[in-house]
Design a protein around this ligand. Structure first.
Ligand code: SF4
Length: 212
């Protein structure tokens, strides 16, 4: 990892390294999810982006297409990011805690998240994001080991300590599937709060950009 996260991704071998990582994920059977998936779902977006979005795991549409966050939840997240000027394919690298779909869209187990962790660590080290958006409680638990309600966790900046997270800015937000179930845009509603959080993320990205 570079000394200043999000400032100097090495473009030379990045695509090659990520292609190699995708191949290794494709061959991976480190947990049981590898035998029930249709295909592995590694990432979409721009690996040179300063923003990384991490969700829980692939759903049915992701399992079918091989791309993360492309179902209804992903489309909502894309629209919300767009509303603060962030294009999820141009300005973000999008991935998940686990790369294979848990059957019946259940939450991945602690063991499955731990088995998949090295792939995520490698993605973070290669993409070298300055800001990581954690979509939903499973993403927070899977990356930071923190369990808790998103009402308390969301919108609170954390700075990563140690390993691949050192120095990176982390922002938990409500998972977009929760926002689909709570569509009110009224002040104080989950959707309104998420919009505040995303504006905050946009400000942080602009700050990082201006400090280069
Ligand atoms: S979920 Fe991760 S650890 Fe499990 S088989 Fe898929 S790639 Fe491997």
């Amino acid at each position: 990892m570079t000394s200043l996260p999000g400032t100097s991704p090495d473009p030379l071998n990045l695509e090659q390294e990520l292609a190699g990582l995708a191949e290794r994920c494709d061959a991976c059977r480190h947990c049981g999810l590898g035998s029930s998936r249709t295909q592995v779902v590694v990432s979409r977006g721009n690996p040179k982006a300063r923003l990384m979005v991490i969700g829980e795991g692939p759903g049915a549409q992701e399992d079918e297409t091989g791309l993360p966050f492309v179902g209804r939840s992903g489309q909502l997240l894309d629209r919300m990011l767009e509303s603060v000027g962030i294009d999820s394919n141009r300005d973000a690298y999008v991935c998940n805690i686990v790369k294979c779909r848990p059957p019946d869209n259940r939450k991945p187990t602690v063991l499955e998240m731990a088995a998949c962790r090295p792939w995520l660590e490698r993605q973070i080290a290669l993409v070298d994001p300055g800001v990581i958006l954690l979509a939903g409680a499973t993403a927070v638990e899977g990356l930071l080991g923190i369990k808790g309600g998103m009402t308390k966790l969301r919108g609170q900046w954390r700075q990563g300590e140690g390993g691949s997270l050192e120095g990176r800015w982390l922002m938990p937000i409500f998972h977009p599937s929760y926002l689909l179930r709570n569509p009110s845009k009224e002040r104080g509603a989950p959707k309104w709060l998420t919009w505040q959080d995303l504006q905050d993320v946009q400000r942080r990205l602009a700050q990082l950009e201006s400090s280069l």
